[in-house]
Write a protein of this length. Structure first.
Ligand code: SF4
Length: 447
C-alpha cells in the first residue's frame, strides 16, 4: 500500500498520513469507538514498532499514532488492515462512548448510526464532502455528545418514544448549545433526511461545512421529513474519567490520557492487564479518554493497574486541566518542552488546575493539541515562552519570558491564582477577575 501525504489541516487516515513536526501521523476510528483489549494491544504494539511510540486519543475520541516515516506508514497501514478491525468510513458518524451500554440513555444510537452510514454509502456523496465533516448521533445518557461540535447533529428526544423509537432532533453546525435547530424526524426517515442535507453540502463544494449551509435551504430540504419542532433538553459537557454504573453489575471505567497522550508500550501493558482481569472491551471517548467496560471487580482491578501506569483515573486530577502537544524534543517545530512543563505544573499548581479553565501548552503557534481557545495558553514563539489569555495558541500574546524562565513564570501565575481565589471561586472566575494586565505582570515578574 502506498501512502499519499496530506497537507497540514487535512484529515489524516491510515492511507493518508499527515506530516507533523514529529513525523507522519495517522488517525483511525473503530466503529462506535469499540476495541476489544487484544485489538487495542495489537494497535499499540504496531504504533511502537512503526512510529515513535506515542499515541493519542483526540478530543473527538479518535486514535492517533505518531512519528511514522514514509517507509513505515504503508507497513503500518497494511498490518492494521490485516487485523480486520471495523473502522468507521468518512464522513464519520459518531456515537456516544457508552451508546448501547448506558441504562440512562434515551436510545441506543448505534443502529441508527449504522443505517446512516449505509445511506451515505448508497448516496455516493462521500467523495464530494469536506474531509473533516462529522455527523453525531447522540442517544443521550451520562456521556452524551452535547459538548462535541458537529456539522450535522442528530439527538434523541426524550419522551417521544414510538414503535420505531424516539424522534431525532436535527441541527446544523456547532455543539448542542450553538447548532442551528431544524426540527425532529422519525427514526425511519432519518437516513433520507441526512442524505438531503449532505446533498446540499456536496452542492456547496468540497470544503462546505454544516455552519456554511443556508438555514432556509436546509429547512426546505428537511421539510418532507419533519415530524415535530421539539428540541432536546440542555445537557452539560460530559467528563468521561471516572466510574459509570451499567446494567447487570457491569461498569465502565473512564481513563484519561495524561495531557492527551500515552506511550504505546503503556497501552500494550494496559491491554494485557485488561484481558487478564476480565475487561470485555474498550470504547474510545471524546475528551482524550478510554472507557474499559466489564464487571465491577474487573474495573476495580484495572483502575489500580491504570493508575500505576500513569493514566488518569479521577475526574478531578489536575492533569485533566492541561492540554499539551508533543512539544520539544519530539516535534521539530517546538520551542517548548510542553510535556515536561505540563507534568511539573500538574504536580505543583492545583489551585490553577481545578478543571474550570484549560491551560494549553503549545510548542508553537500551530496549536495542535487544542484548536479552540483556552483560559491560558503558553506558546513557544520566537525563542520565548509567550502567554495568551483566553485565546488560541496563534492569537497575539500578552506577555513573554525566555524559555528557561517558563516554569517559574507559570509558578507565579499559579501562586497568584492560589492567593487571590476567593471562597468558592473557580480558577476560571479568578483569572477573569484578575484580568489580562495582572496576569501578564505576574508572568513577567513585573512589580
Ligand atoms: S503545536 Fe506542538 S506538535 Fe504541533 S507543530 Fe507546534 S510544536 Fe509541533
Amino acid at each position: 500500500m502506498s501512502a499519499a501525504f496530506l497537507a497540514r489541516g487535512a484529515c489524516p487516515a491510515l492511507d493518508r498520513p499527515m506530516p507533523t513536526g514529529d513525523g507522519l501521523l495517522v488517525r483511525l476510528r473503530p466503529l462506535d469507538g469499540a476495541l476489544v483489549p487484544a485489538a487495542l494491544g495489537r494497535l499499540a504494539a504496531l504504533a511502537d514498532r512503526h512510529g515513535n511510540g506515542m499515541m493519542e486519543v483526540t478530543a473527538r475520541g479518535s486514535l492517533q499514532l505518531r512519528g511514522l516515516s514514509a517507509g513505515s506508514a504503508p507497513r503500518l497501514a497494511a498490518e492494521v488492515a490485516a487485523l480486520g478491525l471495523d473502522l468507521a468510513p468518512a464522513p464519520t458518524v459518531e456515537t456516544a462512548p457508552l451508546a448501547g451500554l448506558d441504562p440512562t440513555e434515551t436510545a441506543d444510537a448505534r443502529p441508527l448510526a449504522a443505517a446512516l452510514r449505509a445511506a451515505i454509502a448508497r448516496s455516493g456523496l462521500a467523495g464530494g464532502l469536506a474531509p473533516k465533516l462529522a455527523v453525531t448521533v447522540d442517544g443521550g445518557g451520562r456521556l452524551g455528545l452535547a459538548g462535541l461540535s458537529a456539522d450535522i447533529r442528530l439527538a434523541a428526544l426524550p419522551g417521544t418514544a414510538a414503535a420505531s423509537g424516539p424522534l431525532w432532533h436535527v441541527a446544523l453546525g456547532g455543539d448542542a448549545a450553538t447548532a442551528r435547530a431544524l426540527g425532529a424526524v422519525r427514526r425511519n426517515d432519518a437516513p433520507a433526511a441526512l442524505v438531503a442535507l449532505l446533498r446540499l453540502l456536496a452542492a456547496a463544494g468540497p470544503t462546505a461545512r454544516g455552519r456554511d449551509l443556508d438555514a432556509g435551504a436546509a429547512c426546505v430540504a428537511l421539510a418532507p421529513f419533519l415530524a415535530a419542532a421539539d428540541r432536546p433538553p440542555a445537557a452539560a459537557e460530559a467528563e468521561p474519567v471516572g466510574r459509570f454504573a451499567l446494567a447487570a453489575g457491569r461498569q465502565a471505567l473512564g481513563l484519561g490520557l495524561a495531557f492527551g497522550s500515552v506511550a504505546a508500550a503503556t497501552l500494550v501493558r494496559l491491554a494485557e492487564r485488561a484481558s487478564g482481569c476480565g475487561i470485555e472491551g474498550f470504547r474510545l471517548a471524546p475528551g482524550r479518554a478510554l472507557l474499559a467496560v466489564g464487571p465491577a471487580e474487573a474495573c476495580t482491578a484495572l483502575a489500580a493497574a491504570a493508575g500505576a501506569l500513569g493514566l488518569v483515573t479521577a475526574a478531578g486530577d489536575p492533569r485533566r486541566a492541561v492540554e499539551a502537544c508533543p512539544g520539544a524534543p519530539a516535534c521539530a517545530s517546538a520551542g517548548l518542552a510542553t510535556r515536561d512543563l505540563a507534568a511539573r505544573l500538574a504536580a505543583q499548581a492545583p489551585a490553577l488546575l481545578d478543571g474550570s479553565a484549560v491551560l494549553h501548552l503549545s510548542g508553537c503557534a500551530k496549536g495542535c493539541a487544542r484548536p479552540a481557545a483556552a483560559g491560558l495558553a503558553l506558546v513557544g514563539r520566537n525563542g520565548a515562552a509567550a502567554l495568551v489569555v483566553a485565546g488560541r495558541a496563534g492569537d497575539p500574546p500578552v506577555a513573554a519570558v525566555p524559555v528557561a524562565a517558563a516554569p517559574d513564570a507559570l509558578a507565579r501565575l499559579a501562586a497568584l491564582c492560589g492567593r487571590e481565589r476567593r471562597g468558592g471561586e473557580s480558577a476560571a472566575a479568578c483569572l477573569a477577575r484578575l484580568g489580562t494586565d495582572r496576569l501578564a505582570a505576574a508572568f513577567e515578574d513585573r512589580r
